[in-house]
Design a protein around this ligand. Sequence first.
Ligand code: ASP
Length: 530
Amino acid sequence: MTSNSTSKSKKKFPLHLKILVGMLLGVVFGIVMIGVGSPSKEEIAEVKKNKNFLENTVDDLHAAQAELVLINDALATSNAPLEKFQERERLQKKIGELSNRISDLEKVSRVNASAGKQFVIDWIKPWGKIFVSLLKLIAIPLIVASLLKGISDLKDISKFRKIGGRSILIYVGTTIVAICIGLLAVNIAQPGNGISDETVKTMTDTYAGNSGIVSKLETADSQLNSGPLDFIVDMVPSNLFGALGDNGNMLQVIFFVIFFGIAMLLIPEDKSKPIKDFFDGLNDIVLKMVDLIMLGAPYAVFALLATVVVSSESPEILYALIWYGLTVVFGLLIMIGFYLMLVGLVVKKNPLWFLKQLAPAQLLAFTTSSSAATLPVTMERVEEHLGVEKEVSSFVLPVGATINMDGTSLYQAVAAVFIAQALGVDLTLMDQMTIILTALMASIGSAAVPGAGMVMLVIVLQAVGKFSPEQIAIGLTLIFAVDRPLDMLRTTVNVTGDATVSMIVAKSLGKLGDPHPKEWDDNIENLHQG
Ligand code: ASP
């Protein structure tokens, strides 16, 4: 039952506004917490001094240990003089003292994070993590149930072929447009030409050995060692449960479900009916689970953004990359403009209405940096608020979340040329064509999770053939500091692109119906729909 007053309050605070408020409060809270209990300038200077002292003490310890080894060798001979024994005793004492001093110094050197930052990491971050895990948890059952429902509602394979062919063609088209926008922007703005060799060196020194960048380089390395057809091989799972598992792969699940769905269409209807009914029911349950998870969205985005703010890099490093970041942002804005134009001209819907309906999914994409985690909400918005029929959305959106990454490909184009400019590598027109082709492949291959686009950038840089492995490592290190904010923005564009294409495909097949928005509701009672 929905009372008048509840519906009024719902109108006042639609979900996207609540999420927006959560985001803003998260940012403010994060900024405040960085300042709480942060070490004073003197303390920071003291910690720095201690760090230097610590390094020297560790060197002394190593020297004393090496000396001890030599003395022990000398003592192994029978006629060693007495002084050697005394010398050994002195060294052993010194080593003991140095070790104690090192452990004391280590303790002092560690007290450099503010108490507020630690509080956010210990007590706020886990809530954001739980929310993202819940969304990911629901993503696979949602794809399975809704894709099967979508295919079985088609009743005929040729329709499926039409939807599939059309969406993949449009996906490739929009991605190529995105890469060209990125290339144009970076060639005009030339952000890399302003970066001095000194800055390159400072930044690579800052991040040398940073665990985040090391693990990215390792993942990139394994990507490079794969063959040209490996992405097709990877799409076919050898074990369904492996595909569904933690390290599973969404494309493998989609492959299995489509295969299963096609087989379902080929058997007599009375045989497939129980399975169809089962998945129809499952679909409704899973959608209700999404509703329940979304009740926590405004609080979760608060936690996610507060965490992003307290873990962000020092402003000096961010300033050095400001032109590069702005070039990416400018390109992404043009891409959003391109989608809005498509919605207006091709789909013939009001672009502002489109943005408003999609807003919760975009805001979640921004906060989670993961198209996969956002997928449940994207599907909900596209089906219920934009009016795309399930037959279309259930295929176009999960496939799009994995292979259509316009924001990512645009970013990769800008980043590749930026790195070339900063390192003084000349790129010909042919090289830029290679970037178009490889950024297309790399964005298809990028997983829909945070930071994936940066790892796949290695493929683009490699394909150009003008960067040594060291230069590739330096390049990635260079852009590492601003990867997270750019990831948030490119993921938002990725999700907007998926929604736009699903509308175009639906429109072209006459599957764009009236929206039937079912407002998200805070009142748990109202979630029960009899
Ligand atoms: N985080 C992006 C996504 O999930 C992928 C990337 O560009 O890193 O869509």
